[in-house]
Write a protein that binds this ligand. Sequence first.
Ligand code: FES
Length: 173
Amino acid sequence: MSATNTIHFKPDTYELIQKIMKRYPEGRHKSALIPVLHIAQAEFGGWLSPETMDLVAETLRLKPIEVYEVASFYTMFNLQPVGKCLIEVCRTSSCWLSGAEDIMDHLEKRLGIKMGETTADGQFTLRAVECLGSCGTAPMLQVGADYHESLTIEKVDGLLNELKQKDTHSRYC
Ligand code: FES
């Protein structure tokens, strides 16, 4: 495990990462970076702090900049803290035409925040995102790794009631 970081992966997580690294030849551990970033994000509160990214770099024997470059490129990695439930609403064509705007307005009203913001209690973050590849079941949104499709206002209300009870961060992988 890490000798210089103040944070560490749980032993089971560390073991899983070692298994993932073994899929790749020595010197090619960078190929494990994306799955390991997902694992790190899930383990450390739903976002990747500089400290977490340094731990990933050290674990994969990469330079920190190699980790920062990848983590900052993909929107699925959060570089700022997010609420326990990160609600990402698709706003691209199919969803837009099927009522995404009404869904977003409703979420903003129910939670008392705007897109991009987090509720004061740290429970919810709202984000508008581009196509999530589920256009046939528009409008849709994602919470962590879970898709919620063919949405109506009633379905969104049911989902919010369910998510209010959650006391852990969304599952990201
Ligand atoms: S347009 Fe919304 S999932 Fe593709």
